[in-house]
Design a protein around this ligand. Sequence first.
Ligand code: HEM
Length: 502
Amino acid sequence: MGRSPLDWLLLGPPGLAVAAALLLLVLCLRARRTRRPGEPPLIQGWLPYIGVALKLKKNPLGLLKTLQTRHGDTFTLRLAGKYITFILDPFQFQSVMKNHKQLNFHKFTNILLMKVFSINSLATNDGLNDKLHLCYPRLQGRFLDTLMENMIENLKQVFEPQLLKTINWVVAEMFTFSHSLIFELTFITLYGNFPADDRKKIITELRDDFLKFDDKFPYLVTDIPNELLGNVKSIRRRLIKHLTSESFLKTQGKSEIVKMRQDILEKDYALEDTEIGAHHLGFLWASVANTAPTMFWALYYLLQHPEVMAVLRDEIDHLLQSTGHQKGSGFSIHLTREQLDSLIYLESSILEVLRLCSFSSIIRFVQEDVTLHSATQDYCLRKGDFVTVFPPSLHLDPEVFEAPEEYRFDRFVEDGKIKTTFFKRGKKLRYYLLPFGFGTTMCPGRFLAVIEIKVLLIALLTYFDLEIIDKPHIELSFSRFLFGVQHPDCDVLFRYKVKSSS
Ligand code: HEM
């Protein structure tokens, strides 16, 4: 005779364990969903809720490659309670852009901004996103010229104390070094400078807090409660306090974009001070969090390849001499954007690093059921899911980039210009490098980011001798998979000193 569930429970702990296992199994089966006709292949994994998240975390590229071979260029994964459709065929990317009404960017980012920076106003103020978008032209055109001039001027302040001190070799950790330079230069260029007496102390405190906060970023984007993430809440509160209107007034020389954002948040929307600070933290994070690791990888690859460093030094020296910069006349760089643009090998080396290390994906929330059409196949996407265009599979595609795993600093140079034509299946690609996203939501700070890395590399290569000390085999850590430029899995020691001729 069969036993009732009650009988099992009455059998004591072993019975309870079996009952719990059965209950779990029922929950697993209920939580699994069935693929509807027209939907992409569905990979749910066996773990309830988690799906294939752990597998993806362990070996992201390996798993996606295996799934691509097995299921084709489009498939849906269950990841930590969400269903995300990956689109890997570059000729299908356009279909996501075309359906921007059904595939919403801000629905996704608003949740993220709330979770990570505790920005609450975007979910309730419909027009605020559009208003803030009106500020982005202040990162382009003549505003970009001014930002660049100020950045070069600020370089002096960031470098001069070091220049004076480093007549002998100084050993440093490369990631920490790159992050410090980017943080300080970005902060003072966008948010202005503090009075001289407090400057170093405040910037150091801010930078240390920012680093600790950024370390927690991969956890903040998950559903893990903030309370389980150490002191992240108090660090965020301190950072926000530093960026509230009250502290804001203390800095001199703010950029036009930051002033305009402040006006909108303060005057048009009369937001509370902490909410304004949270918005500034979000913007500061966007301007530093990807630029700093890009700077690290750009420097790392150069120091690993002294022959490349020599080519770039030559290119830079040539430009500096032809634009009247005198050797041995102290720290002075004055360049226009056109002159900076003429450094094509330097630019190509930065693009190459973005190709190898950026794992930003373009994520959209599916607001209503929609069919994506393409030349090869149509796919139905389900309301409530997410869809992501995943550029790394393109960046590492051997059909597009020969030996894609190799660092080739001049990969983006052709006939003395930046190369823009790449092919797949014999067809010219509209999109071949997408570290900054695409379409209307494309990163508004992309020009400033590249300028900043260029001027920092120019300063480092011109005024310093640089050598890598240990040559460990470092890898991408993948802790920010889907969310931008990856950090290295460990830091690297290098040494620097001022060149004797500077
Ligand atoms: C190497 C450095 C950088 C990388 C790789 C990068 C990458 C990205 C990506 C992938 C997006 C999302 C695009 C999308 O989903 O369509 C984005 C958005 C954004 N980025 Fe950047 N970024 C960098 C530097 C910067 C800088 C320097 C700034 C500011 C000065 C900035 C400001 C922003 C802002 C404000 C957004 C949100 C745009 C929106 O709301 O539509 N970024 N960035």
